[in-house]
Design a protein around this ligand. Structure first.
Ligand SMILES: Nc1ncnc2c1ncn2[C@@H]1O[C@H](COP(=O)(O)OP(=O)(O)OP(=O)(O)O)[C@@H](O)[C@H]1O
Ligand SMILES: [Mg+2]
Length: 286
């Protein structure tokens, strides 16, 4: 057996980025089937190292949201099931763990479309996010932390959530997810439907949360450019599998990623990765 040291930056078999530190979350060959017949994840493997930001990118229908639902334990409510492989969180096999228990173990999901309670105030929305919190800090303390991090939410604490702008609602959704004091925050397309300046603001918050509190983040995005700017590591998935991965800085320079995800092809014109035929003909990483 070879015991040679692994050069830095090398990706080991199984997709473990060398030198990335202990993985907080590991998906190993995960297969997901909906309604007993619809195969959506086809042996997906990825790792989220502790204290890092990982971006999961891919076009519509690739299975990104399904991946987060598998991790959060939300598949049963959608007639979905992990039929093969395993999911490990903080050293524990959680593949079949109940969703509420996973939140207690320290993971929090901000779902696509924000889903704030429209008729409740900001303060009430936040307190509702604390229901699964472990013993320890009181919800008043955690609420204070969230208000300190998002002063805008503090200023608007008595406003009804339904009247907030899209960006403010996204901030609230992130604040609510933080009320459970997660170790791992998962975000499903936080930039969806937001104007560029707000996208910048939201990603700025994500980056600061990671830098200032050490929070580990797994973020799904179609806005690949923004996501690869804040992430340490990126994975690109197509049709239920990872097709490309690497340090975010490397992915930003990869010609295929530039062409299909960043709209910076050599020909200069912006191409859409939704142009599946062209995409399949040209993609070189399979
Ligand atoms: N509850 C469900 N029942 C059956 N099929 C589903 C269900 N949810 C998702 N799918 C299918 O699984 C595939 C992946 O869906 P998923 O929502 O995970 O993709 P996505 O990468 O998040 O796409 P998008 O970028 O559009 O959000 C799609 O073909 C979708 O139709
Ligand atoms: Mg989705």
């Amino acid at each position: 057996m070879s015991t040679e040291p692994v050069p830095a930056g090398t990706v080991l078999a199984g997709g473990v980025p060398a030198g990335a530190g202990p993985a907080m979350l590991t998906l190993n060959n995960v297969e997901v089937i909906y309604d007993d017949v619809i195969l959506v994840l086809r042996g997906l493997s990825l790792q989220v190292p502790e204290g890092k930001i990982v971006a999961l990118l891919g076009s519509n229908g690739a299975g990104k949201s399904t991946t987060l639902k598998a991790v959060s334990g939300l598949l049963p409510s959608e007639h979905g099931e992990v039929t093969d492989g395993s999911i490990t969180f903080a050293g524990q096999d959680i593949t079949r763990m109940d969703a509420a228990e996973r939140v207690k173990q320290g993971m929090s999901l901000c779902m696509e479309g924000r889903h704030v309670f429209e008729h409740l105030t900001i303060a009430e929305n936040l307190v509702a996010g604390a229901y699964t919190q472990k013993a320890g800090a009181s919800s008043a303390e955690v609420l204070d932390e969230v208000y300190t991090f998002f002063p805008k939410l503090a200023d608007m604490r008595n406003r009804v959530a339904g009247y907030l702008s899209g960006g403010e609602q996204q901030m609230l959704a992130i604040g609510r997810a933080l009320m459970a004091r997660p170790k791992l925050l998962m975000l499903d397309e936080p930039s969806l439907g937001l104007a560029p300046l707000l996208v910048q603001e939201i990603f700025g918050y994500i980056q600061r949360l990671n830098a200032e509190t050490g929070l580990t983040v797994l973020v799904i995005e179609q806005n690949a450019r923004r996501a690869l700017e804040v992430a340490d590591h990126g994975y690109i998935m197509e049709q239920g599998r990872i097709v490309l991965e690497g340090p975010a800085a490397e992915l930003r320079e990869n010609p295929d990623v530039k062409e299909f995800y960043l709209g910076l092809g050599d020909e200069g014109s912006r191409k859409s990765y939704r142009d599946v035929k062209h995409y399949k003909r040209r993609k070189r990483w399979l």
